[in-house]
Write a protein that binds this ligand. Structure first.
Ligand code: FAD
Length: 465
């Protein structure tokens, strides 16, 4: 006899565990199935441990610049093993937190690999090969994604790293090649650069962090280059040859010139592959689009009773998007009528140094969509708090619909912008116009005042510039 539930959630990342909790809150009997670690990639191998690493790098950076603040820090050094140990400790703490939340919400946890065996049926195979049959009217698939390998060169964890290896490095890289300049590539490039490695980033497109506003990409490239990084855009890695003591990479630069360079290590950050194989989806006829599961606004697939959320579905592949979808799916299953999520209201953050954060349309995309725009752009140098912090580099850019005053997008680069973006996200979700932003009182002295100034600037009213 199968263990019967109202809902089975397959995968316990920020999509799956949040869906399970919301469903339990709504009175459903819920089981969750996880083959590795509760909390998924995000808190074990993604968002959280990288932020712990980046925090160490940030403190190391400030220690090196202690003099700028009237302080002395002598004989400073970094111990990569200790930095990694701290990061793993942070991940472990959060993994235990999710374990506690499952218990608190009376969610039954099945540790093992899950496979859908029919409509409403799922088999879990644990590490000893023991199987358990589960059944439920509804199943949420939240199995996430994994790193995409460089073609023909699988990551070996020694010289060629995915994010997992980069997070638990066997040693500090001396000369590091990072392939791909999306959020993951740039965060590791920034971490290892701050920690003292010689870093080269190769990006195929014409600018780094290519989903961001072009002004942000240009500013970041300048800032990272000033910090000593080599950035190659419109460039491609043609070949990687792995040796015992390093890697030879053949790179074609933007002018078509091909050169082979030695690196001690390579991080491959060229995208993700959804975990759709061997979980029984094909047999059930679940539709995909370029490998990712297709869902409607309530996160339902084309098959009744099967929902999908998070990285296994369409982009953006972000933890908060996965969690939000988890809530939508759980509420829809419980017979509620949740709001659909607007992709343009999902913020994105990159925790490099300086940080990047954005929500909504870039200036170029807004124009492409036919909007006549008003643009505000306020620099950190015009903000008292930024100067007091010794962080006077960066800007806050806002894009408004000139006709209606609707905020179409906000784009920031500089210290702590990942903490600021939520102000604009709330405004966008509430469909606020420039008038409400202008009437809002921003506390002084804060970096958030730049958000006010950027809006004022879009309408020719900025005060401090
Ligand atoms: C290095 C790095 C840094 C990142 N930083 C950020 C960030 O700062 N902010 C942000 O928003 N996002 C970040 N992300 C992305 C974020 O981690 C993902 O978007 C998020 O984890 C997706 O959540 P999910 O629930 O869809 O899947 P996952 O978190 O991938 O969880 C899926 C879970 O399903 C399990 N699973 C898979 N198949 C099976 C099976 N057959 N049976 C049982 N269990 C299974 C897996 O073991 C895994 O635990 C980062 C990612 C990486 C790699």
């Amino acid at each position: 006899m199968a263990d019967t539930y109202d809902l089975i959630v397959l995968g316990s990342g920020p999509g799956g565990y949040v869906a399970a909790i919301r469903a339990a809150q709504l009175g459903l009997k819920v089981a969750i199935v996880e083959r590795e670690l509760l909390g998924g990639i995000c808190l074990n191998w993604g968002c959280i441990p990288t932020k712990a690493l980046l925090r160490s790098a940030e403190i190391f950076h400030y220690m090196r610049h202690a003099k700028d603040y009237g302080l002395a820090a002598e004989k400073i050094s970094a111990d990569i093993d200790a930095v990694v140990k701290r990061s793993r400790g942070v991940a472990k703490q959060l993994n235990q937190g999710v374990t506690h939340l499952m218990k608190k919400n009376k969610i039954v946890v099945h540790m093992g690999t899950g496979k859908l065996t029919g409509k409403g049926k799922l088999t879990v195979t644990d590490k000893d090969g023991k199987t358990t049959e589960l059944s439920a009217k509804n199943i949420i698939v939240a199995t996430g994604a994994r790193a995409r390998d460089f073609p023909g060169v699988p990551a070996d964890g020694k010289r060629v790293w995915t994010y997992r290896h980069a997070m638990t490095p066997p040693e500090m890289p001396k000369k590091l090649l990072v392939i791909g300049s999306g959020a993951i590539g740039i965060e590791f490039a920034s971490f290892y650069n701050d920690m003292g490695a010689e870093v080269t980033v190769v990006e195929m497109l014409d600018r780094i962090v290519p989903v961001e506003d072009a002004d942000v990409s240009a500013f970041l490239e300048k800032a990272l280059t000033k910090q000593g990084m080599t950035i190659m855009t419109k460039a491609g890695v043609d070949k990687i040859e792995v040796g015992a003591s390093g890697v030879k990479a053949t790179i074609k630069d933007k002018d078509g010139k091909v050169a082979t360079t030695d690196f001690s290590h390579v991080i491959v950050a060229i995208g993700i592959v959804p975990n759709t194989a061997d979980i029984g989806l094909e047999a059930l006829g679940v539709e995909t689009d370029r490998g990712f599961l297709k869902t409607d606004a309530m996160c339902k697939t084309n098959v009744d009773g099967i929902y999908a959320i998070g990285d296994i579905t369409a982009p953006p592949w972000l933890a908060h998007k996965a969690s939000h979808e988890g809530v939508i799916a759980a509420e829809a299953i419980a017979g509620k009528h949740p709001h659909a999520m607007d992709p343009l209201n999902i913020p994105g953050c990159t925790y490099c140094h300086p940080q990047v954060a954005s929500v909504g349309l870039t200036e170029a995309k807004a124009k492409e969509a036919g909007y006549e725009v008003k643009v505000g752009n306020f620099p950190f140098i015009g903000n008292g708090k930024a100067i007091a912090l010794g962080e006077a580099e960066g800007f806050v850019k806002t894009v408004f619909d000139a006709k209606t005053g609707e905020l179409l997008g906000a784009h920031m680069v500089g210290a702590e912008v990942t903490e600021l973006i939520q102000g604009y996200t709330v405004g966008k979700t509430g469909e606020l116009t420039e008038a409400e932003f202008m009437e809002t009182v921003f506390p002084h002295p804060t970096l958030s005042e730049m958000m006010h100034e950027s809006v004022l600037g879009a309408y020719g009213r900025a005060i401090h510039i």
